[in-house]
Write a protein that binds this ligand. Structure first.
Ligand code: KG4
Ligand code: ZN
Length: 328
């Protein structure tokens, strides 16, 4: 079995997978609540909370899988990118377990992990496909082939989730903003206000959400509080639709350019209802496969890291002793 560990941000995660890496036997996520009163993730608080929770989360992942360390054949861990202190807790834990048990260790890139969540959602999936990662920290498009992932485009400013979170904050909605904004937008008219779709006319595959944010800011400045509360549903719907349109437009362009038979969408924003519905309609129209994993596999988790490990070269015992975490 593969024991996988993920601590790149504010979730302390461990999972156990079968040796193929396509079936998760457990997937334990401890989401840190310590950050809520600061309105964002505090790196030092995250490191400390990982340290306090890590051993318990690993034990829980083994127990839920009905396994012990004797069943583990390799240890996979996120080594980059992420908060350096947070990553180090996972990397040190993985090194300690692997060294003590004389096991190989697989260093995994967090973004490759996000994409590999698609293999857990659809064990029959094989490259080639195009993949969109849309989360609070990342928005990037990849072409995935037998030989790995190639970056096609990424955001020039905010991530899609970050844009949703900031828009929601401007509208006085809760955090995380994505789900709050989506709820507030229900029944709204997305066309009542004109919101810009970032880099819409550009042929490249990059994203930009700063113009959208500014557009909302100016609309709100021109309204009084009563008008904002009356128009909230339409403002939220228009803002959300502009984010969805930018993501779908570039993903489809990438699929066309690379003649990809399937589309994969992962990251926290993949939980978005309007985005899922648009993707389903477009994939059906184009006759392309579509994999959007369930939310538990889309947000940060260790099962996706184990899934990516299956396609990543392992470092044999004890070659990983000098392995380090990297923030980028
Ligand atoms: O992948 P993720 O859990 O965390 C990291 O970025 O590490 O993504 C979180 C992002 C947040 O920005 C959140 O607002 C967004 O995903 N999100 C959503 C929804 N659920 C979460 N955005 C739109 N609609 C949702 N239902
Ligand atoms: Zn992530």
């Amino acid at each position: 079995m593969i024991l996988a560990i993920e601590t790149s941000c504010d979730d302390t995660c461990a999972a156990v997978l079968d040796s193929s890496g396509r079936q998760a036997l457990s997937n334990v996520v401890h989401t840190q609540t310590e950050h809520s009163r600061y309105g964002g993730v505090v790196p030092e608080v995250a490191s400390r909370a990982h340290l306090e929770r890590m051993d318990g989360v690993v034990e829980a992942a083994l127990a839920e899988a009905g396994a012990t360390l004797d069943d583990v054949g390799s240890v996979a861990v996120t080594v980059r990118p992420g908060l350096i202190g947070a990553l180090l807790v996972g990397v040190s834990t993985a090194k300690g377990i692997a060294y003590a048990r004389r096991l190989p260790l697989v260093p995994v890139n967090h973004l490759e992990g996000h994409v590999a969540a698609a293999y857990l959602a659809d064990p029959g999936l094989e490259p080639p496909f195009v993949a969109l990662i849309a989360s609070g920290g990342h928005t990037a498009l990849y072409s995935v082939g037998e030989d790995g992932m190639r970056l096609l485009g990424e955001t020039l400013d905010d991530a899609a989730g970050e844009a949703l979170d900031k828009g929601a904050r401007m509208l006085g909605l809760g955090f995380p903003g994505g789900p709050a904004l989506s709820k507030a937008a229900e029944g709204g008219d997305p066309d009542r206000y004109d919101f810009p779709v970032g880099l819409k006319g550009k042929a490249d595959l990059d994203f930009s959400f700063s113009g959208l944010k500014t557009s909302l800011l100016y609309k709100l400045k021109a309204m009084d509080a009563d008008e904002v509360s009356r128009e909230l549903v339409h403002l939220a719907a228009g803002y959300e639709a502009a984010v969805v349109e930018a993501l779908v437009r570039k993903l489809l362009r990438a699929a066309e350019l690379h003649d990809a038979p399937a589309l994969v969408v992962v990251g926290g924003v993949a939980a978005n209802g309007p985005l899922r519905r648009r993707l389903e309609a477009e994939a059906a129209r184009l006759g392309k496969g579509l994999v959007v994993p369930p939310p538990a596999l889309c947000t940060d988790n260790a099962a996706m890291i184990g899934a990516a490990a299956a396609a990543t070269p392992a470092l044999p015992f004890p070659d990983y002793l000098s392995l380090n975490a990297r923030s980028v």
